[in-house]
Design a protein around this ligand. Structure first.
Ligand SMILES: Nc1ncnc2c1ncn2[C@@H]1O[C@H](COP(=O)(O)OP(=O)(O)O)[C@@H](O)[C@H]1O
Ligand SMILES: [Mg+2]
Length: 235
């Protein structure tokens, strides 16, 4: 599909809801009739496992095998590695081999655009491609930013560090200047919000006043799934 949108879910902090956002956003879009590809760009393979592939290291074809073939200038068939899930989403899985690939990328020609080459092979089949990034600003995340049309930054309110966000924004700006001029930041998505607590409201207000001029902070927030119970238990 010619107007396929590639969105990178990025935050170098782990445990902030990137993978959960990828799964839920992907399945929700699929339920609306969109063709969705989820790409697991994290060697921890949480996205792959959360879609039910409990032994990712046994998968013969993954993102790392494809990226290695692209680095080696071999012909690739990306669609061969794509798994079709019952929830209506497709998945390009990963496993632990991706951690070795990150090191090999450093000496590769066009090292920032290997993932883009991979996505370009299959983009025509999808409305949306969601890239679930690893918690770092290393080569794989740079590849995701180079391949993306836009970035969503999931963050837990109390984990939002100003320094972490500045570093992330700097990487986005650098990729935009040097590799991918069309890259946009869609916004900051607050996750695991305890809805009725003052602290969540205060942090959200602080984030909006600190960054709201430069970056959208989505009004939609993802509540902590235990949030209501926890607050009711406390009150
Ligand atoms: N809205 C939510 N409510 C409760 N738990 C959540 C929610 N979102 C994510 N989690 C849990 O928080 C942990 C980290 O989320 P995850 O999406 O894996 O983060 P990341 O990909 O940024 O490392 C996981 O155990 C996940 O199940
Ligand atoms: Mg994750």
């Amino acid at each position: 599909m010619s107007n396929c949108k590639v969105i990178a879910l990025t935050n170098q902090k782990g445990g902030v809801g990137k993978t959960t956002t990828a799964v839920n956003l992907g399945v929700a879009l699929a339920q609306q009739g969109k063709k969705v590809l989820l790409i697991d760009a994290d060697a921890q393979a949480n996205l792959t496992m959360s879609l039910g592939y409990s032994r990712p290291d046994d998968l013969p074809d993954t993102l790392s095998t494809i990226m290695q073939d692209i680095i080696d200038d071999k012909p690739v068939d990306v669609s061969k590695s794509i798994l079709h899930h019952d929830e209506g989403v497709d998945l390009l899985p990963s496993n632990i081999e991706l951690s070795g690939l990150e090191v090999r990328l450093i000496n590769a020609i066009s090292r920032e655009s290997v993932l883009k080459t991979c996505i370009n092979e299959v983009k025509k089949n999808y409305d949306t491609v969601l890239v679930d990034c690893m918690p770092s600003l290393g080569m794989l995340t740079i590849n995701a930013l180079a391949a993306a049309d836009s970035v969503v930054i999931p963050t837990q309110p109390h984990y939002l560090s100003a320094k972490g966000l500045e570093l992330l924004l700097r990487s986005v700006s650098k990729v935009k200047r040097q590799i991918n001029p069309h890259l946009r930041i869609d916004g900051i998505l607050m996750t695991m919000v305890m809805p009725r607590t003052n602290i969540s409201k205060e942090i959200t207000a602080t984030v909006k006043s600190a960054y709201g001029q430069r970056i959208k902070v989505f009004d939609t927030q993802i509540p902590h799934s235990m949030g209501y119970r926890v607050t009711e238990d406390v009150v």
